[in-house]
Design a protein around this ligand. Structure first.
Ligand code: FMN
Ligand code: PLP
Length: 215
């Protein structure tokens, strides 16, 4: 085995930076997520809003990729993307998704399962307007996830779009937000000897069932 990989394999890092005692029954996991997210931003965690999103294809093949969490909306988590992308096409058929955050300096991860729905048009418009012009043109130029035979075509398309629109770039209909409505949360805090804390919330009707899982 490669000696670098061996060094990693042999580094049995003992998680010891925190603990997660039982959370009171009446805590809303969304608010709890907000507290952890704020702490992640305040920590040295790189890209604390980078979240892995997993979707599943029509034939059951999961795939995942990082996106940026851009806002909380109505107790949902919002990210923006191309609706015709692989993830967009998969969500259109099966809106069940999983989201995952890892905040290394805090030795914490959060797992979320939920349902993704397109964000209201007004929210997507507002966010699109706030993006740098280059990224706005990129959203027009990129047929995200489709095969690209030559990068030059992509650059050319962005230049053409710039000429076509001039000043203000409208939001393409195929680009916008998804709001993930969580139905399950897991808050994971690393603990010594692999005896980690895992506190979960499962939605039962309109309330949340809180329970602890074995590490
Ligand atoms: C840190 C990071 C953040 C990203 N954020 C986004 C994002 O917010 N939206 C997006 O469409 N792609 C984002 N990407 C690119 C995606 O990971 C992915 O390559 C792209 O969305 C195409 O995914 P798909 O083909 O599975 O649909 C990001 C990549 C990284 C590494
Ligand atoms: C293709 C793509 N779309 C969207 C985003 C995120 O949105 P924004 O560019 O507005 O930060 C990213 C971030 O890396 C991205 O790579």
């Amino acid at each position: 085995m490669d000696k670098f990989l061996k060094a990693l394999r042999d580094d049995h890092h003992n998680f010891s930076k925190g603990e997660l005692e039982r959370i009171a029954e009446n805590v809303n996991p969304f608010d709890f997520f907000g507290v952890w997210f704020k702490e992640a931003i305040e920590s040295a965690a790189p890209e604390p809003n980078a979240m892995n999103i997993a979707t599943v294809s029509e034939d059951g093949q999961p795939s995942s990729r990082l996106v940026y969490l851009k806002e909380f909306y109505d107790e949902g988590l919002v990210f923006y993307t191309n609706y015709n992308s692989q993830k967009g096409r998969e969500i259109a058929i099966n809106p069940k998704v999983a989201a995952h955050f890892f905040w290394h300096p805090l030795e914490r991860q959060v797992r979320i399962e939920g349902i993704a729905r397109k964000a209201p048009v007004s929210l997507s418009d507002k966010y699109f307007e706030s993006r740098p012009k280059g990224s706005q043109l990129g959203a027009w130029a990129s047929e995200q996830s489709d095969e690209l035979s030559d990068r030059k075509d992509l650059i050319l398309k962005a230049e053409l779009m710039e000429k076509e629109f001039g000043g203000t770039i409208p939001r393409p209909e195929h680009w916008g937000g998804y709001v993930i409505e969580p139905i399950h949360y897991e808050f994971w805090q690393g603990r010594p000897n692999r005896l980690h804390d895992r506190i979960c919330f499962r939605k039962e009707g309109t309330s949340w069932q809180v329970y602890r899982k074995n590490p």
